[in-house]
Design a protein around this ligand. Structure first.
Ligand code: BGC
Length: 492
């Protein structure tokens, strides 16, 4: 793919030359709205840092800062065979991961199952039945006729869940457009286990894992400088390793303050009270029309699910504005449809290599049945850049806030997700913003955001392995029923 990586975006200077004044005024207005200057980045980071700390206290704050009961990093020498189930936004993935004796190595076999769109707004029973059917198919296919003990499973459930135990979790709220009735506020594990038991599938859920925690652990398995795991995809979030002594809300557990615990920040909820984020009128509409207004304020400005929608809302607004009236006299029926454009549409615009933006013109014709004039194409390109750049720069505030809170001056951050991996210049723009926030001037950045290892596969398996290991050693904090966990899972 063209345009990935930290390459400087090609300069298209002078290309605004033929843009008439009314559109130029709009471009200037959009630049004002969507640009986040250095000072603002710093201000957001400071507030973010305070909110991270607040989330760890008994009273809590807007960021949940969920303790995960994943207590420490892998050594690289974990061994065994584990299953991992990943229930993300688009696919359901089942993996079998073998961890051999060699440090940091793994083998993986996997199958993907499409997550039917209807399931996202269906019933809880339909969801768990579907998930259990996929697991059953996987086991039957890969282990036909074998006498299996119970295979330990790490279940990556990429939604905010508050966990009193590592193998249980109450869904706080759906995010990323999911809206299944009767799951929020409930423990997701019992109905999942019931669906497995009904089918006689030989699996023991050993750890419920957030994708960011999985990313943190998988990345640390192969790189001991990894301190933060991030997802910049359909949703966005991060996890890092905290000292139990810095988590006042766990004080009642009387854990050794020096013990480590991964914290799933759920930072998508940052600034739900709208104190610092520079929201535009378009962000306000996104929020109002989402299934969960008032929630995930930060995520709604950054995550892949929303980038195309922000873009669409701006264009629809400019069509309706009599002073500019882009796509004048054309039928904007397709552009009017909510969520009809996704982040890949913006990515494709930003990747258009041609000075006359002919690929962008084709995109508008094919996807939206619209003919865009040259100045309109210029506006669209600039708008895509502004939205993509804002997302990358705001993301950097979260990373900088964790590093500042922990006093980390140098480390690696493992990142995954479609926006991080595929959106043009996202990495480079994020790195520039980190430099601005943290005031680096040298040639090498001390904190680097790097592509992560497979968190929801290898990471979830490792967390299952680490959990079984500590239960065998008698470290049962956050384990509901240690005996049941070991039973049939090679436990002695
Ligand atoms: C969810 C998080 C998840 C993130 C990335 C957010 O919408 O709330 O739990 O880590 O998306 O997938």
């Amino acid at each position: 793919m063209v345009g990935l990586g930290p390459r400087k975006p090609p300069s298209r200077k002078g290309s605004m030359a033929g843009v008439p004044k009314d559109l130029l005024d709009q471009i200037n207005r959009l630049e004002e709205l969507f640009t986040v200057p250095q000072e603002k980045l710093k201000q957001i980071t400071e507030h973010f840092k305070a909110e991270l700390t607040k989330g760890l206290t008994v009273e809590g704050g807007s960021i949940p800062m969920n303790p995960t009961w994943c207590m420490g990093f892998p050594t690289g020498y974990e061994t065994g065979t584990f299953l991992a189930l990943d229930m993300g936004g688009t696919n359901l993935r089942v993996c079998e991961i073998s961890l051999p004796e060699e440090k940091g190595e793994f083998d993986i076999i996997q199958s993907k199952y499409r997550m039917p769109e209807e399931l996202k707004t269906g019933t809880a029973q339909e969801l768990w039945d579907y998930v259990a059917d996929c697991l059953q198919q996987f086991i039957e296919y890969h282990h036909e006729g074998e006498e299996l003990g119970r295979l330990p499973l790490g279940f990556t459930f990429s939604y905010p869940a508050s966990q009193d135990y590592i193998d249980h979790g109450v869904l706080q709220r759906w995010t990323k457009g999911f809206d299944i009735d009767g799951v929020e506020g409930k423990d997701v594990v019992p109905p999942f286990e019931a669906a497995l038991a009904e089918r006689g599938v030989p699996i023991k859920l050993t750890a419920l894992v957030n994708d960011t925690t999985g990313t943190l652990i998988a990345s640390a398995y192969t790189d001991d400088q990894m301190k933060i795991g991030c997802i910049f995809g359909t949703g966005c979030n991060a996890a890092y390793m905290e000292d139990c002594g810095s988590v006042p809300k766990l004080a009642h557990m009387k854990l050794d303050p020096k013990l480590h615990m991964a914290i799933n920040c759920e930072w998508g909820a940052f600034d739900n009270e709208h104190k610092v984020l520079p929201r535009t009128p378009y962000d306000i509409i996104i929020d109002k029309e989402s299934p969960r207004p008032g929630q995930q304020a930060f995520e709604k400005m950054i995550a892949g699910l929303y980038l195309g929608e922000i873009f669409r809302l701006v264009l629809a607004d400019l069509h309706g504005n009599p002073d500019v009236c882009i796509f004048e006299g054309q039928d904007i029926g397709k552009l009017k449809k909510a969520y009809s454009l996704d982040a890949s549409f913006l990515a494709a615009i930003e990747e258009d290599p041609f000075e006359n933006l002919s690929e962008t013109a084709d995109l508008f014709a094919n996807k939206l049945s619209l003919t865009a004039t040259q100045p309109e194409l210029e506006l669209c390109r600039r708008l895509a850049e502004l939205i993509g750049t804002r997302a990358a720069r705001l993301s950097a505030c979260g990373v900088a806030a964790i590093c500042k809170k922990k006093g980390w001056e140098s480390c690696h951050v493992g990142a995954d997700g479609s926006v991080f991996n595929k959106y043009p210049h996202f990495k480079a723009r994020g790195a520039v913003a980190l430099r601005e926030i943290l005031g680096w001037t040298g040639r090498k950045d001390p904190i680097e955001i790097l592509p992560a290892e497979d968190g929801s596969g290898v990471g979830a398996a490792l967390i299952a392995a680490l959990t079984l290991k500590r239960v065998r050693e008698g470290q049962n904090a956050g384990i509901r029923d240690p005996e049941a966990m070991l039973k049939g899972c090679g436990g002695k």
